[in-house]
Design a protein around this ligand. Structure first.
Ligand SMILES: Cc1cc2nc3c(=O)[nH]c(=O)nc-3n(C[C@H](O)[C@H](O)[C@H](O)COP(=O)(O)O)c2cc1C
Length: 413
């Protein structure tokens, strides 16, 4: 279980020739006998799509497809002629279709590779995604987060015996709670993923933005120790703020069995985040990463703030009307904070079903999820060309850089 002396090369997945080889590796991984290869974490609206996953496998990672709106493409159309229920149904059907296609694509290219999926409980598509991934029979692991799993969720996952459960948690209490729900129904948890709110990108597992930035509340050593008390043999992977070799080594030294990366993968040619947005927004030192409570999910979120794109109240009315008329119910309408405040022109919650797909389409003015490490990694030489202009590296280049370089100090804000 102690991999503090592991070489970076040991954190790459071996090339399997058969399902049997893969299975025996997975069992060794779950038993804590081998370090867990690097997770290429899921990033919603298909930033980490099937092609991204296939490339992550090729270079030795374990990718997670995201079920958070792989069917985002339908939002390019005006859907206002449909009823709210019809739009919601169309969206979920499209997500299922895409999720199934994506698994097939990856499996065809890498038939014996380890593949994970990601599902967020806060989203309406959560339970549909479990079935879409589970029915494929080709998903090895399901990372489930953004909400605490209940008995019915876990029972649903248990139907798919090849798809092992990995809850995403930000505290040992949440992990303990999930383990307690799983135990009476005989469900196995094979790994936990700890995601640190003070560093991660996107939605954060904290009560609000103020709490999310309190590093002392989410101490990775204390969380690891806390999980060890009730689950001494279940491997735990750390994500959030991992972008350099020494950060990986530190995580292993803290007793984690592996690490996951988000923003490092996002800022590559293979991610489906538009290259111009990467260059002009993500690699632009004028813009800073902020943490706030503007997400309609109720979770705090972390983003790059582009002050000149802030929507003034007069533009907000038209934006809200258009978003409401096209609402695809990505979050249950009763708990969507954007819908609840849509008539208030001074309200700052955004429509995630509109803004995140817009970014994915390469449009400016949407949401730019990012983690704290973005402020540091953007100064790495791989993100500049010979003239010093912003440049998007390949995933392979990024991976080799990350595994061979230690973190410089974080630039001053
Ligand atoms: C653009 C973006 C989208 C994300 N989407 C998801 C998602 O769909 N599901 C999820 O569990 N986490 C999501 N996350 C969190 C990442 O998967 C990852 O755990 C986190 O960013 C790790 O921190 P790092 O970026 O510092 O490596 C997202 C993060 C970003 C930056």
């Amino acid at each position: 279980m102690d991999f503090s002396n592991a070489e970076m090369e040991d954190l790459k997945v071996p090339h399997f020739q058969s399902d049997a080889e893969k299975k025996s590796f997975l069992e060794a991984m779950y038993a804590g006998e081998v370090p867990i290869p690097i997770f290429f974490q899921a990033m919603g609206v298909d930033f980490t799509d099937h092609e991204y996953a296939a490339e992550a496998i090729r270079i030795g990672g374990i990718p997670f497809l995201s079920s958070a709106a792989p069917g985002f493409g339908i939002t390019a159309n005006d859907l206002s002629h449909l009823s709210h229920a019809e739009r919601g149904a169309l969206f979920l059907d499209e997500n299922d279709r895409k999720a199934t296609e994506q698994v097939e694509y990856v499996h065809e290219r890498h038939p014996h590779a380890i593949l994970g999926g990601n599902a967020m409980k806060k989203l309406t598509g959560f339970n549909r995604a479990i079935d879409a991934y589970g029915r494929s029979g080709k998903m090895d692991n399901l990372a489930a987060g953004a909400g605490i799993l209940d008995t019915a969720d876990i029972q649903q996952m248990q139907q798919y015996s090849g798809m092992e459960l990995m809850p995403i948690v930000s505290s040992s209490t949440a992990a303990r709670w999930t383990a307690r729900v799983a135990k009476p129904i005989g469900a196995r948890i094979r790994m936990f993923l700890v995601e640190l709110p003070q560093f991660a990108g996107g939605h954060l597992g904290a009560g609000n933005a103020e709490e999310a930035v309190k590093a002392e509340k989410f101490d990775p050593v204390a969380i690891r120790e806390g999980i060890r008390k009730f689950a001494p043999t279940i491997p735990v992977v750390l994500a959030g703020g991992i972008a350099y070799r020494n950060q990986i080594r530190q995580a292993l030294a803290m007793g984690y069995q592996g690490v996951g990366i988000g923003i490092r993968g996002l800022l590559t040619k293979e991610s489906k985040l538009d290259d111009a947005i990467i260059r002009d927004v993500y690699l632009n030192p004028r813009y800073r990463v902020v943490t706030n409570d503007r997400s309609p999910t109720g979770y705090p979120g972390r983003y790059i703030e582009v002050p000149e794109e802030k929507r003034p109240p007069e533009a907000r009315i038209a934006y809200a009307q258009r978003a409401v008329r096209n609402c695809i119910s990505c979050i249950e309408p009763g708990s969507c904070l954007f819908l609840q405040h849509a008539k208030d022109p001074t309200d700052e919650h955004f429509c995630i079903g509109r803004d995140l797909p817009d970014t994915r389409f390469g449009k400016r003015g949407g949401i730019y999820f990012a983690s704290t490490e973005r402020d540091r990694i953007m100064h790495d030489p791989i993100y500049r060309d010979a003239q010093g202009n912003p440049r998007v590296p390949s995933m392979e280049e990024m991976f080799e850089y990350m595994l061979t370089h230690d973190a410089p100090s974080m630039p001053e804000a």
